[in-house]
Structures are given as structure tokens and as C-alpha cells.
Ligand binder design. Structure first.
Ligand SMILES: NC(=O)C1=CN([C@@H]2O[C@H](COP(=O)(O)OP(=O)(O)OC[C@H]3O[C@@H](n4cnc5c(N)ncnc54)[C@H](OP(=O)(O)O)[C@@H]3O)[C@@H](O)[C@H]2O)C=CC1
Ligand SMILES: O=C(O)C1=N[C@H](C(=O)O)C[C@H](O)C1
Length: 272
């Protein structure tokens, strides 16, 4: 086995997307991983082209394909920041190829999550609505603060993203809400409230509220607000560069090698 064979080969799905491009750059710059494939949907004008040339540079020897299974068969990991239906399909195919599947896709509904969990019975899946170190640390802080404060402290989560984002609340906001619910010892689904509009009535004690702002090129901003009479505690994360998500995803792909099948998250990867 040559040295390069022992370095995990990685396929990026949705390679032309905002995160896809960032992942490609991050993997190409890493000495710990090799880019071995790039997937886009059938009909995309990058299909069949060299990925380097498609992005306006020199050839890099990676051809963009619309055949995910063929690409995954050559890889030790698949990094996937695409869309819910695509991610569910990729979870089954990555499991078939015995490749670690790192899922950054958000907007997943319960039915998608159930299919991903089924795939994780046979393969290693690392899934998180936010792959950055800062946000995953913030989830732990949120849990601690929520555990320390009683229900007189209203919890509201405010997030802002770029104008192209298609899902709300963001995956990160939901992670933070779940962490707050866990800290408080309540069921998240029973207390989640989003999209207030019109005569909503007064806030219910114990609700966890969500507000989403969309505009411009905001990479991602999240505030967890604990509001009581006379004072507020605000925990905040500001993302200014998508590289933080790509670095986290690559770390997860490497961490996942030789793990037992199962669904993991970034708290596992980062050991938080
Ligand atoms: N967990 C985290 O840390 C982060 C998560 N995200 C999430 O990642 C996802 C992608 O975000 P972003 O990069 O901004 O979005 P983009 O729309 O820029 O990129 C998504 C890419 O996936 C492609 N795609 C969609 N369906 C398929 C398919 N069936 N087969 C192959 N490719 C497909 C799209 O192609 P096409 O344009 O043809 O549809 C596009 O190239 C979102 O859910 C976002 O919330 C984003 C940042 C960080
Ligand atoms: O769509 C995005 O851009 C982002 N999505 C993730 C989310 O939904 O939280 C992570 C990050 O905030 C950027």
C-alpha cells in the first residue's frame, strides 16, 4: 500500500454549492485527506468536466459525476452539504459503499431523520446542523445556563443568514433550542414556537421561541437570549467565514474512520 492509499479519500456532494466549493478548497489544502470525487445532480453543466477546470482553474484530476454510488465506491468518506432528499439518498449509498457520511444538510424533517438513522445501523454517520467548534461549544454553554436558570427566564433564539438560505429556523438554532430544552429538562417538541405573527397572545411560560432574519451575505449569526424581569443574558456566535464549517466537516470525516456504525455528532467528534 502506498502512502497516498492510507490517506482517506473524500467525495464532496453538491460540489458547486457555497459549502461544496469551500469543502473542495479545504480538502485540497489538507495533507490528511485526498479529494477523490465530486458529485452534482444529473443535468448540471459541470457533469463530466474536471472539477478544477469547472471552477475556472487548472485540471486537478477529479471528474464531476452524477453517479454517486460510483464515486462513493472509491472513497472512505462522503461530505454532504446539499438538500434533504439528496442527503437521504446519499446516506443509503454511502452505507452501501461503507464510507463515513458527514451530513451538514439542514431542513431535515422527521421522515428524513428516520431514514438517516436506518442507514446509521450499517455505517458511520456524523450529522450536525453546525460543524463549527464555536457553535458546538455554545450548545454546551446553552445547556448549562438553561439548567442554572428557572422558567422565569424566557428563552428566545434569534438567527440571521444570507438571502439564499431556504430553511428556517436554521439547523444551528434548532440545535441550540434542543440544548436549552435538555438543560431545562423539558421536551423540546412541546415548547418550540416559531414565526409569531398577528394576535399571538402573551408568551407561554417555558416556551422556546425562534426568530429568523434573512438578508445579504450573512454567513450565520445566532443569539440565545435568556430574558427575565430586569435583566437578560445573551450568548452569541458570529460566523464570518464558511471555512469554519468545512474544517469541522473534514475533521469529522477523519474522526469517523474505523469507528463503529452509528449516528454521531460534532460534540462526539470534538470531545466536548
Ligand atoms: N452543518 C453546517 O455546519 C452547515 C450547514 N449548511 C447547510 O448545508 C446545505 C447547503 O448549503 P449551501 O452550500 O449554502 O447551499 P447551496 O444551494 O449553495 O449548495 C447546495 C448544493 O447541493 C446541490 N444538490 C442539491 N441536490 C442535489 C442532488 N440530488 N445531487 C447532487 N447535488 C445536489 C445543489 O445543486 P443545485 O444548485 O443544482 O440544486 C448545490 O450545488 C444547507 O442545508 C445549509 O443549511 C451550510 C453551512 C454550514
Ligand atoms: O445555510 C447556511 O448558510 C447555514 N446553515 C446552517 C444552519 O442552518 O444553521 C449552519 C450555518 O449557520 C450556515
Amino acid at each position: 500500500m502506498s502512502d497516498s492509499d492510507s490517506i482517506p479519500g473524500i467525495v464532496v456532494t453538491g460540489a458547486s454549492g457555497r459549502m461544496g466549493r469551500m469543502l473542495v478548497q479545504t480538502i485540497l489544502a489538507s495533507e490528511r485527506a485526498r479529494l477523490v470525487g465530486a458529485v452534482e445532480r444529473p443535468g448540471h453543466d459541470w457533469i463530466g468536466r474536471d472539477l478544477g477546470a469547472a471552477t475556472g482553474g487548472a485540471d486537478i484530476g477529479v471528474r464531476v459525476t452524477d453517479d454517486p454510488l460510483e464515486a462513493f465506491a472509491t472513497a472512505q468518506a462522503v461530505i454532504d452539504f446539499t438538500a434533504p432528499e439528496a442527503t437521504v439518498e446519499f446516506a443509503g449509498l454511502a452505507a452501501q459503499a461503507r464510507a463515513v457520511h458527514v451530513i451538514g444538510t439542514t431542513g431535515l424533517q422527521d421522515a428524513h431523520v428516520a431514514k438517516i438513522k436506518a442507514a446509521a445501523r450499517h455505517a458511520v454517520i456524523v450529522r450536525a446542523g453546525n460543524m463549527s467548534l464555536g457553535v458546538n461549544l455554545l450548545t454546551q454553554l446553552t445547556k448549562k445556563v438553561a439548567a442554572a436558570l428557572d422558567t422565569d427566564w424566557d428563552i428566545e433564539i434569534v438567527e440571521a443568514h444570507h438571502r439564499m438560505k431556504v430553511d428556517a429556523p436554521s439547523g444551528t438554532a434548532l440545535m441550540l433550542g434542543e440544548a436549552a430544552a435538555e438543560g431545562r429538562g423539558i421536551a423540546f417538541a412541546d415548547h418550540r414556537v416559531s414565526g409569531r405573527d398577528g394576535i399571538t397572545g402573551a408568551r407561554k411560560l417555558g416556551d422556546i421561541g425562534f426568530s429568523a432574519i434573512r438578508g445579504g451575505d450573512v454567513v450565520g449569526e445566532h443569539d440565545v437570549i435568556f430574558a427575565a424581569d430586569g435583566e437578560r443574558v445573551v450568548l452569541r456566535h458570529l460566523a464570518t467565514d464558511r471555512a469554519i464549517f468545512a474544517r469541522g466537516a473534514l475533521r469529522a470525516a477523519l474522526w469517523g474512520q474505523d469507528r463503529k456504525p452509528g449516528e454521531y455528532d460534532m460534540v462526539d467528534v470534538l470531545g466536548l
